[in-house]
Design a protein around this ligand. Structure first.
Ligand code: GDP
Ligand code: MG
Length: 418
């Protein structure tokens, strides 16, 4: 039996979806344990090309159930669409949705949007899906649980309770706020829009525990990366949930989980989207961004691109308690003449950088030999050019854990397993 957790070492979009899709071949359950419709996990396999937002990326695994854990916030209409899309591609989906997960309503998305607009230049760079307000409601004990979809009376009562508290606040804060729906209308809408998956609502702990007893492999998938963790990330430019590996059990329905492997996914270069400063940013962004396709999967926003930041990544690896690294997008570095790794920071607090006070810091680089060969067809470490091998070995030295998987292209089989 093994429990494998796949997490992001940096700020997200490291290629977790692609790695989970690969590992799902051997797994019996693929589980999302936090976040919601703000995730964008790209999977390219025999079924097609997908950007998954709420379904776990192991949904394509031949004997893998798709579990949405209690730590998630779930946008019901988008989930229905996503399930149809995957089923239309011919995938058999064995879906389990936690009754303890929290619903993310269109009202939350509206609240999120109004707040970003109010903040103007100080906006967080939210995906405006309503994630922060939905989690906020959960903390304030005003959240709407997925399990209540099966108890319409309770659902109606809790929605009324939430509206009584929320609407006066929104009306007071946002002059343009308009909302005419009643609790009854929201309840009917929710029941209608969740029809296609309401039968999958269950106590997911029972399902996962049963698989554990049978010695099956469980595959946990985080959204975003260590730098965006609500507690340990670059607050307040974080997400609204815990993305670190130690939350995997809690957010999945197995709070006493002891993981066997923690795979930190890191890109062979650094990139970041949203607000915040990338210390190792390349001087010239446009051509490399174009080449490496660094645009947000959910929002299409251009990401900042930079050289591999060994300091930030090591911090991420430690926060994740990672046992190994999956290094992705190595092929994007082919032909990059001025290849280097950021091995230190200079400036105030450079010895103990407390993110996000990064503005005053500048990078210290170590020059690396570059390569021109196309590596997308390599399937063994030994097939890689010597300079590429040295680049990986140097990353291993700096990170202190092995690089066990090397991704040389976005498709499922474009990977080197060591
Ligand atoms: P996630 O949010 O961590 O799952 O990552 P995203 O899917 O948002 O972003 C990763 C992007 O890189 C996607 O467009 C992937 O198709 C792509 N990708 C992943 N691995 C590789 C790789 O090894 N090489 C190349 N060229 N692209 C990759
Ligand atoms: Mg993404």
């Amino acid at each position: 039996m093994s429990s494998v957790i796949v997490v992001g070492a940096n700020w997200g979009d490291e290629g977790k979806g692609r790695i989970v899709d690969y590992l799902a071949d051997q797994a019996s359950a693929s589980i999302r344990f936090q976040g919601g419709n703000n995730a964008g996990h790209t999977v390219i396999n025999d079924y097609g090309s997908f950007k998954l937002h709420q379904l776990p990326s192991g949904v394509f695994g031949p004997s893998c159930s798709a579990v949405l854990g209690p730590g998630m916030v779930i946008s019901p209409a988008s989930l229905s669409q996503e399930i149809s899309l995957v089923k239309e591609a011919g995938v058999e989906v064995d879906l389990r949705i936690s009754d303890r997960a929290t619903l993310c309503l269109p009202l939350h998305a509206l609240e999120d949007t109004l707040e970003e607009q109010r903040l103007g230049e100080k906006a967080y760079g939210s995906t405006r899906q309503g994630i922060a307000p939905a989690y906020g409601d959960r903390v304030m004990k005003k959240g709407i649980l997925v399990g209540w979809l099966k108890q319409p009376d309770v659902l109606l009562e809790r929605i009324q309770f939430m509206l009584d508290w929320k609407l006066p606040q929104l009306r007071a804060l946002y002059p343009e706020f308009e909302f005419n729906q009643t609790a009854e209308e929201i309840t009917s809408w929710l029941i209608e829009v969740s029809k296609s998956w309401a039968d999958s609502i269950c106590n997911v702990s029972q399902h996962l525990k049963a698989l554990q007893v049978q010695g099956k492999t469980l595959l946990f998938e985080a959204q975003l990366g260590a730098g965006r963790d609500l507690v340990y990330g670059e607050y307040p430019w974080t997400t609204s949930s815990n993305v670190v590996s130690m939350y995997a059990g809690i957010g999945s329905g197995l709070p006493a989980l002891r993981p066997d492997r923690i795979v930190a996914v890191a890109k062979a270069f650094s990139s970041s989207v949203g607000t915040g400063t990338l210390i190792s940013a390349m001087a010239e962004q446009d051509s490399f961004r174009e080449l490496s396709g660094e645009y947000g999967a959910t929002t299409g926003r251009p990401r900042d691109v930079g050289y591999f930041d060994a300091i930030a990544t090591k911090n991420g690896i430690e926060l994740q308690a990672a046992t190994e690294i999956a290094l992705t997008k190595l092929d994007c570095l082919t032909g990059l003449e001025d290849l280097k790794i950021c091995v230190g920071y200079e400036g105030e607090h450079s010895e103990n950088p407390i993110w996000p006070q990064t503005a005053a810091l500048s990078p210290v680089y170590e020059k690396m030999a570059s390569w021109d060969e196309d590596i997308t067809g390599c399937r063994k470490f030994e097939e890689l050019p010597e300079a590429t091998q040295n680049y990986i070995t140097r990353i291993e030295e700096l990170m202190g854990i092995p690089v066990s998987m090397i991704s040389v292209g976005p498709e499922r089989e474009q990977i080197i397993i060591r």
